[in-house]
Design a protein around this ligand. Structure first.
Ligand code: GDP
Ligand code: MG
Length: 175
């Protein structure tokens, strides 16, 4: 997890979930404070970073994003390797993306450290009128699977930073 002059800790996070739920958007909101309606067309980068002060420590978050391979469920072992945190994302108006969480979680647990910190994220919370997964269903799943839970909107910039900070802070508490 260590160390140079610029930060106290380096934590690798992965973002997983179905294609289209907003993984890349959450990442660009958190690392660049940007949002685009057609982010789907952007070429995936391996990871983005943001250095942020959490619990009075300087933490460099190296956050890995899938480059479309999640569409074919072809996320590799290398993607998960060394991750200490995961953002497991569904879209609150896409029932299938919620059902598929089971599979993502199974894959994550197969490939990662048993005490990886997991944040379940119900994204696109701005689309209230189209919601088909309630907050109770989201938090119920999180409770059952012992993950943290937040609803976010990358579009409205709501809870995105809070979700990442919560994960980084929980990771810091266990290292
Ligand atoms: P990914 O495939 O999981 O990486 O999803 P993207 O980040 O590419 O987002 C898929 C689409 O959903 C894009 O058109 C985004 O603009 C849109 N999107 C992402 N986050 C939000 C959000 O919080 N609210 C709304 N309304 N749209 C979003
Ligand atoms: Mg993407």
């Amino acid at each position: 997890y260590k160390l140079d002059e610029n930060y106290d800790y380096l934590f690798k996070l992965v973002v997983i979930g179905d294609s289209g739920v907003g993984k890349t958007s959450l990442l660009s909101r958190f690392t660049k404070n940007e949002f685009s309606f057609n982010s789907r067309s952007t070429i995936g980068v391996e990871f983005s970073t943001r250095t942020i002060r959490v619990q009075n420590k300087i933490i460099k978050a190296q956050i890995w994003d899938t480059a479309g391979q999640e569409r074919y469920r072809a996320v590799t072992h290398a993607y998960y390797r060394g991750a200490v945190g995961a953002m497991l994302v569904y879209d609150i108006k896409n029932y299938e993306s919620f059902v598929n969480l089971e599979r993502w979680l199974k894959e994550l647990r197969q490939h990662s450290d048993p005490d990886i910190v997991i944040m379940l994220i119900g994204n696109k919370a701005d689309l209230r009128h189209l919601r088909c997964i309630s907050i109770e269903e989201g938090s119920g799943f999180a409770e059952k699977e012992k993950t943290f839970f937040m609803e976010t909107s990358a579009l409205e910039d709501s809870n995105v930073e809070a979700a990442f900070i919560e994960v980084l802070s929980q990771i810091y508490n266990v290292v």
